[in-house]
Design a protein around this ligand. Structure first.
Ligand code: BTN
Length: 254
């Protein structure tokens, strides 16, 4: 199926015409004991969701809407690292398969020329601060034309087709992502977060930029200087003080 080269990721595959959210499908399967690597792909989501309670526009037939089950034996504090790992895998797959120069905005947005082309939603279920399982949700705008989007999104988003000027094979893209994900996840299990952080830094459009970070009621303004060991973003403010932020929304200023 899909010409997959992976050993585990996507071998147990559920393909759906329509669903509320692939996150929910994976959650149901995880709760009845599905093994790591179980994958749900939908042609359409009727209640696709994004980070911070936002909805995710998921029309039929033109995007990649999928969720993968992970069961890392890690503490809950490591979950943000998996968000960055997933973003790296998707970014590398896009760059390998197309000529498109996608970059990662911390923590999980993939941008092309400042417009969002993909988002990652990593949801974790834990017990006593240990991860029971994570669901890595991936949304990519693949073959959308501008008219496919609601008016209010048109200035903020783009698709692989719009950037490349030709349709992209969604099955090939999914295979490439799963291959990257499995390789990076194995590397992460063997060597920890550090090699993933280096790959993330090389693809980042956030580092070495002036940023404004909205994290809950906190607003942090400064220069994005690096990642900390758990995947947080280190921002140096005007007084030279370094602040690490673990969640929130980044606005790129320069
Ligand atoms: C974001 O950028 O806010 C994250 C968007 C994540 C969207 C994907 S599409 C597949 C999976 N199912 C969902 O309902 N959401 C994620």
């Amino acid at each position: 199926m899909l010409g997959m080269q992976t050993k585990r990721f996507g071998r147990n595959l559920k393909l759906l015409e329509t669903t509320t959210s692939t996150q929910e499908e994976v959650r149901r399967n995880a709760e009845i004991g599905a093994a790591e690597g179980m994958l749900v792909i939908a042609e359409e989501q009727t209640l696709g969701r994004g980070r911070q309670g936002r909805s995710w526009f998921s029309p039929p037939g033109k995007g990649v809407w999928m969720s993968l089950l992970l069961r890392p034996d890690q503490s809950l504090a490591c979950a943000p690292q998996l968000t960055l790992l997933t973003a790296v895998a998707v970014c590398r797959a896009i760059r390998t398969l197309t000529q498109i120069d996608a970059g990662i905005k911390w923590p999980n947005d993939l941008l092309v020329n400042g417009r969002k082309i993909s988002g990652i939603l990593l949801e974790s279920v834990a017990e006593d601060e240990r991860i029971r399982y994570c669901i890595a949700g991936i949304g990519i705008d693949v073959n959308m034309d501008l008219e496919d989007y609601p008016e209010e999104l048109r200035t903020k988003v783009t698709s692989l087709k719009l950037e490349q000027g030709a349709e992209v094979d969604r099955a090939a893209l999914i295979s490439a992502i799963l291959q990257e994900l499995e390789t990076l996840y194995d590397l992460y299990q063997e060597e920890g977060f550090s090699p993933i952080a280096h790959l993330w830094e090389a693809l980042s459009v956030t580092l070495n930029r002036e940023v404004t970070l909205h994290s809950g009621s906190q607003i942090v303004q400064g220069y994005a200087v690096g990642l900390d060991s758990s995947g947080g973003l280190i921002v140096q403010n005007e007084e030279g003080k370094k602040v690490t932020v673990f969640s929130g929304e980044v606005q790129l200023n320069t």
